[in-house]
Design a binder for this molecule. Sequence first.
Ligand code: FAD
Length: 496
Amino acid sequence: MSGRAVVVGGGVAGLVLARDLARAGRDVVVLEAREHAGGCVGQVTVTRGGIDGAEPQCPASSPFAQVTLDAGAESFATRSPAVPDLLAELGLADDVVAPSAASAWVRSPDVLTRLPRSGVLGIPGDLADVRRALGTRAWLRARLDAALPARVGTRGDAGVSVGHLVRARLGTRVLRTFVAPVAGGVHSTSADLLDVDAVAPGLRDGVARHGSLVAAASALRQAAPAGAAVAGLRGGMHRMVTALLADLDALGVEVRTATRVARLERTDDGWAVHVVGPSRPGSFEAAVGASSAATVEADDVVVATTSIDAGRLLAPYVPAETIPPVPRGHVNLVTLVLDAPALDAAPRGTGVLVAAGTNAAHGIRAKALTHASAKWSWVADALPPGHHVLRLSYGRLGGEPDPGDASATSLERTALHDAGQLLGVPLTPAHVVGAKVVRFASALPFAATGHRARVARLRDAVGQVPGLHVAGAWVAGTGLSAVVADARRTAAQMTA
Ligand SMILES: Cc1cc2nc3c(=O)[nH]c(=O)nc-3n(C[C@H](O)[C@H](O)[C@H](O)COP(=O)(O)OP(=O)(O)OC[C@H]3O[C@@H](n4cnc5c(N)ncnc54)[C@H](O)[C@@H]3O)c2cc1C
């Protein structure tokens, strides 16, 4: 197999897939709409400045100049070898680092407490861990789990939501206190919209096998590799994208940035990929500042974009009902660098996951706070003493409106307020020595009930069209682990 493959979308899925195809001898071109590749994995440099880019209010006391951090994904799940194997191939194995062993916390409308480590998704693997946080009544209700028949909460042909499963077996309080913050903070949605089979495969069946949901959650946790559930890269996950691009360059793969694919056309002998890209220097389009249209011929096309573009590009070739609905909304990430020695004690461990509804009860709009300098030692090492990096994220599906359209300044102020509330430490603009907002459009997750079945139908439909392939989080599920494993499977099928 030697024909040309065009990969549409230069996120991690597209880059990993392109690399595997090129290593198998294919002629590969990657077309990426934005100015740089990497998609949700990228870097951000926070430079010295107060909120709104102003000079910090305490300039003399802080030697902070700048720090380069991850703009998006900052870690990967260790439950599968997909990312570690890739990092080893890229020569980055020695730079894989574990996060701090400190706990994460959860903030629900009712309570602020430590996240139990014994289970999954916030579902405790041992009820003894959560007795105090739940209170006696809710704790006794949760214990009913062991006495309920296995069918309770686990039946549903079109899938079962995490909310339904937990409410039915452990009661509303466990759902509100532990599981809703994980659904909101990690998966950006309500537990009632999240498909159990998509985010915790094996959990639903485990109830019958182990006799209770708590025992099933514990078994799933124990089946995971020893050590932390996630790992990162010293210097940031964006180093993986830099290494992928270097490898692609060495393999002779062209990665064309600022090149948006507008349409795919099936031709007699393959595909014509219609792109809108930067204009050629000296051309009429360049003279008038317009972009140019062009066509790239291909034998195979891989759609590895975000969901909105994937749906549009595939629409002429697959039945409309197989295309997953596009989740509305976006994720905004606010990075704050603070000169605040009061945070040296890491009052909330590695950070806090926040349940929807916490805004009404406590005026907190963030869905998660990561205390990055407490979580990753390489971040702490990059800062002057007494300085800290906090990352607060905004935007979830199916919840209250998020401040997504707010200006950067107002988001930074909201983040500073939320950070003070969540960490229990008074924080004012005088503590801020650097701040940056990064926005991710159409980056919300794809784990709603019924999504997996729809993706299976889509893959069948795509399989009927010669030379057409799909990859990326919109089909594989959110998270680097799922995305990398799926991209490599697809590349292997294409080169088999
Ligand atoms: C803020 C944030 C934090 C995250 N944190 C983590 C984490 O800590 N751990 C983890 O495992 N996962 C995390 N994730 C999820 C993870 O980053 C994603 O699941 C993964 O990176 C998705 O990769 P992808 O290649 O499928 O999609 P994307 O990264 O979305 O890449 C798709 C690419 O396609 C391009 N594109 C779109 N349309 C076109 C077109 N028409 N023509 C050409 N190009 C096009 C886009 O510009 C983009 O570069 C996070 C996500 C976000 C947003």
